[in-house]
Design a protein around this ligand. Structure first.
Ligand SMILES: [Mg+2]
Length: 476
């Protein structure tokens, strides 16, 4: 048992000794006594423990020494000629530079009043001569430990104050950014069910602009539910977007129409980014910009329509016809679908104008165009004014029989208008001649030939006596 303890000590003791001797040699203890033997004895005891000591034989020498180098501890004799230990202590305590140095008084006297005075003046402890070695060392180490802990505590307090100051600064900065922003800013934390699915979001940060939009105050919103808080319910459509930001880390960028009972609709541009188990979102009011954009889109749409309409008859104009026929020709070629085309002409229209005047002629064109539009019902079909009194109808994906049928229907529809034409050489009413061509395009650049074939059919219809439908194939 003893041998184990001995070997234990042999291994571990030198390490501990070395450490503490290293630490103690950095500690400087000033011994002040007018009696050199006392200094010598104390210096010997302390140096055996590894401490560094400096010495002074009078109060004034002690003050000079301290001015040159601040000690970690002062052992101070009370009874000294000229300047006693009490006065030295008072001076040290009066100076901010030295007031924190612990002082242990040394005295031969063991009388109570001296101890009380020593503590009153700020002494940390009191050692009575002759010294008990262990007691003296224990009291010195005690004071040094207290001193170290005090320094450590002061350092920690300093650090904490520094951190608090930084925290305060960053909070103030955040608050001023939030308060002065013209955008709505909010941060939400996810609320999850037992299976870890996000079922709601909780407001954790917001700013005055955002709070105003949901008719609340920044403080009142914190911890509220996004889905249950009445003011934030108009944001419900964003719920799935918010979830994607959190679960996939995707950045959310979208325009959103906010419709609440309290405000006229607001267009927001929304940007959301993941923030731990939640997200931060900014809402920018782009209503004005958006309304301008929509108005511009409407205006553009109207312009496009205007540019493609015949102003008199309100059917497509020749420009639109050319564009549409070209497009449909390419489509029919690629997909090998039949494309139907009808060209038609009001019979003896020149005589009509001569007889009834140009204004009546215009009314006649309007009515014929309206009858055609009413007859051609599919949205893909296009009725266009091809020239003067000539019209064209494009019938995508239409076989010969279908195109001829539409042509016959148009002819009947115009007859049913019963527009009088007393100078017509074939009837007392307005009549139409119609040429039909239907073709599955065999080449991309034969669109013109298809129109020419329909024109040939129209010519044939006129030659055959007008008021009829004639079909002419492009390829035979
Ligand atoms: Mg003395």
């Amino acid at each position: 048992m003893q041998s184990i303890q001995a070997s234990d000590r042999a291994v571990s003791s030198p390490v501990r000794m070395n450490d503490s001797i290293q630490a103690r040699s950095n500690v400087n203890i000033l011994i002040v006594d007018d009696f050199p033997d006392n200094i010598e004895l104390l210096a010997f005891l302390l140096s055996q423990q590894g401490y560094t000591t400096t010495h002074a034989h009078s109060g004034s020498e002690a003050l000079r020494s301290i001015e040159q180098r601040l000690p970690d501890l002062v052992l101070l004799d009370i009874r000294m000629p000229y300047m006693d230990g009490y006065e030295v202590c008072q001076r040290l305590k009066a100076n901010p530079k030295t007031q924190e140095i612990p002082i242990i008084f040394l005295s031969a006297s063991d009388e109570t009043f001296e101890k009380v005075k020593a503590f009153d003046l700020g002494g940390a402890d009191y050692i009575t001569k002759p010294f008990q070695v262990e007691e003296a060392i224990a009291r010195v180490e005690n004071q040094l430990t207290i001193r170290r802990q005090k320094i450590q505590l002061e350092r920690e307090i300093d650090e904490r104050q520094h951190i608090e100051a930084m925290l305060f600064e960053s909070r103030s900065l955040l608050a001023s950014v939030l308060d002065s922003s013209v955008d709505g800013i909010a941060a939400f934390r996810s609320i999850r069910d037992e299976e870890d699915n996000i079922i709601d979001f909780q407001w954790i940060v917001t700013n005055p602009v955002m709070a105003k939009w949901v008719r609340s105050h920044t403080e009142a919103l914190i911890h509220e539910s996004l889905r249950n808080f009445a003011g934030s319910q108009p944001f419900e459509p964003l719920f799935e977007d918010f979830k994607r930001v959190v679960t996939h880390g995707q950045v959310l960028k979208k325009e959103f129409l906010y419709q609440s009972h309290s405000y006229s609709p607001i267009w927001f541009q929304i940007v959301g980014v993941q923030l731990r188990d939640g997200l931060a979102v900014t809402f920018r009011d782009i209503t004005e910009h958006k309304e301008m954009e929509l108005a511009l889109q409407d205006a553009n749409q109207s312009l496009i329509q205007l540019a493609s309409l015949d102003s008199l008859t309100q059917v497509a104009n020749r420009r639109r016809f050319d564009e549409y026929f070209e497009r449909e020709w390419q489509f029919a070629f690629r997909h090998q679908k039949p494309l139907g085309l009808i060209l038609c002409d009001i019979d003896y229209f020149k005589l009509y104008n001569d007889c009834y005047g140009h204004q009546a002629g215009d009314r006649c064109l309007e009515q014929v165009a309206a009858a055609m539009k009413a007859t051609v019902k599919r949205s893909v079909d296009l009725v266009a004014r091809y020239g003067g009194e000539e019209f064209a109808i494009i019938l995508p994906d239409t076989e010969v029989s279908g195109a001829v049928k539409v042509a016959e229907e148009i002819r009947s529809a115009v007859r049913r208008l019963k527009l009088p034409h007393k100078d017509s050489l074939i009837s007392s009413r307005i009549t139409l001649s119609l040429g039909v061509n239907t073709v599955i395009p065999q080449a991309l650049d034969e669109a013109y030939e298809a129109i020419a074939a329909a024109d040939t059919a129209l010519y044939q219809a006129k030659a055959d006596g007008r008021d009829r439908v004639v079909y002419c194939p492009l390829y035979s």
